[in-house]
Design a protein around this ligand. Structure first.
Ligand SMILES: NC(=O)c1ccc[n+]([C@@H]2O[C@H](COP(=O)([O-])OP(=O)(O)OC[C@H]3O[C@@H](n4cnc5c(N)ncnc54)[C@H](O)[C@@H]3O)[C@@H](O)[C@H]2O)c1
Length: 292
């Protein structure tokens, strides 16, 4: 590991006394959003920026991440990261401290899907999903916690948040989509366990479980999108076209629409403002999935 985390922890700690203030519900909050070059991450990052946060647009797709950061303004920067690579995650957190002075909110959003029947799922695809969704969340939480624990030493009243974009597939099984659902169920186990450990440092850890973002690129991409993947996998009985698959998913939502980034950004703001909630998995699904 070539990143000297001790050094960045010391810098973050010493900066706690001179944190910038500003306007908005998240004024002065230094925030990393992984996977923020497109989709949910991008939309959420835009909303958090509007609320006054300083935002790191962290993504594997560096050119797109730079475009998003530039479109926001001078409280946003782009950082290239692969969340399944430990050195890369350490580097992302170090660069965030270098640029903004510390870290208040880690939003572990980057995620991938490979679906299909069990007999046809290749080991490499299963590992890919697990490495990004499950191990990636662990790595982001690990390096965020190091900085936040150091910051806590300097300011015992400050509150911090580690939030993971989980899924309704982390709350109930998903037919022919087990690699994804398994990684998301695991993410909730990590959330609860991190929450218990990090409570004493005022670090809250919560998972937000969105319904389907049917208008987002994860679903709509004409080659790799879920509509196409699910059609090929025969996940929706009788579906002959992508439109059939979409109609099926829309009909499953009591509120009759897909989830949008603003719906999720509101849940993120709730988690940050709420000082008496940790270890939760919060469904934002238009009534499609309800907690028992
Ligand atoms: N789209 C949905 O319907 C839906 C529903 C529930 C939960 N989610 C979750 O929301 C999160 C975001 O989903 P989305 O639909 O916006 O996805 P998306 O595919 O539109 O965007 C994902 C982003 O993550 C980046 N990324 C992928 N692998 C990465 C890695 N290893 N390191 C860094 N960046 C990486 C991609 O470059 C991309 O910009 C995921 O965790 C997903 O599981 C999505």
């Amino acid at each position: 590991m070539s990143v000297n985390m001790d050094k960045w922890c010391e810098i973050a700690k010493s900066n706690m006394v001179k944190r910038p203030q500003g306007e908005g519900r998240l004024a002065g909050k230094i925030t990393i959003v992984t996977g923020a070059a497109q989709g949910f991450g991008k939309g959420i990052a835009e909303e958090l920026y509007k609320e006054g946060a300083s935002v790191v647009i962290a993504d594997m797709n560096e050119p797109l991440a730079k475009e998003v950061a530039a479109s926001l303004g001078d409280r946003a920067i782009a950082i290239a990261v692969n969340v399944s690579d430990e050195e890369s995650v350490a580097n992302m957190v170090a660069q965030t401290v270098e640029k903004f002075g510390g870290l208040d909110i880690m939003l572990s959003n980057a995620g991938v899907v490979r679906s299909g029947p069990i007999a046809q799922m290749e080991r490499k695809d299963f590992d890919f999903v697990t490495n990004v969704n499950y191990t990636g969340f662990f790595l982001c939480a690990k390096y965020a916690a190091m900085i936040m624990q150091a910051e806590h030493e300097a300011d015992k009243n400050a509150m911090f948040d580690i939030i993971t974009l989980n899924s309704k597939s982390g709350l109930e099984g998903s037919n022919k989509n087990f690699a994804y659902a398994g990684s998301k169920f695991g993410g909730i186990g990590l959330t609860q366990s991190f929450a218990l450990e990090l409570c004493e440092y005022n670090i809250k850890v919560n998972a937000i479980c969105p319904g389907n973002y049917l208008d987002g690129p994860l679903w709509m991409d004409p080659e790799k999108g879920l509509f196409v993947q699910y059609l090929k996998a025969g996940k929706v009985e009788g579906a002959k076209t992508v439109a059939d698959v979409r109609k099926y998913y829309e009909s499953k939502v009591p509120m009759n629409r897909g989830c949008l980034p603003l719906d999720i950004a509101r849940a993120v703001v709730y988690c940050v403002e709420q000082e008496y909630e940790t270890g939760q998995a919060i469904p934002v699904t238009g009534g499609q999935v309800m907690l028992n």
